[in-house]
Design a protein. Sequence first.
Length: 196
Amino acid sequence: MTADKIRALARANYDRTEISQILGIRYQHVRNVLLRSGIEGGLRRQVEVEREPVTVDAAPPPREDTSWEVLTDAGFQFLGEWTHDPESLIRLDAKAPTEPGVYVFVVDDVVVYVGLTLSGLKTRLDQYRRGHKGQRTSARINKRIAATLSTGKRVKVLVATPEPLEWQDLPVNTAAGLEAGLIEMIRPSWNIKGAG
């Protein structure tokens, strides 16, 4: 996992800029990971001598498939399935709720995609149906769904509409936190952020 590599390099006395260059990621991401981990050093330092290179395993651990039952047991609802319509386009065989929330696509009972919508599930799922080229994610996932359906596999849709919470009298978007946590935990194969 990238955060583990960042912390390992920081403990090996690499500064934030070096870590960013070594891992090929944004400095801001390195800074945020280190601050969340309570590591405040590594801003600037003078290097007087050469040091031996440190080897950090760059390969993340293998992604393990997550069954959709993990999510249904936690409260996600089965909404329906993507299907082919007569014009060989995809469509959802159920009416999606209009509330914002988290949605999940499942193939062979394995979670392959996790998404969040603040504009409403019905609107967002309809964007996947259309797969408009101007919406890169919608177009990419539309092609994935269509390709999966063409092999005879089923693509199920789960949804959750968690209630917002408060922390210290401030609003918390529970759905956004749920999506981020699921992507980090599951690393779904269709999510670019989660792909390992």
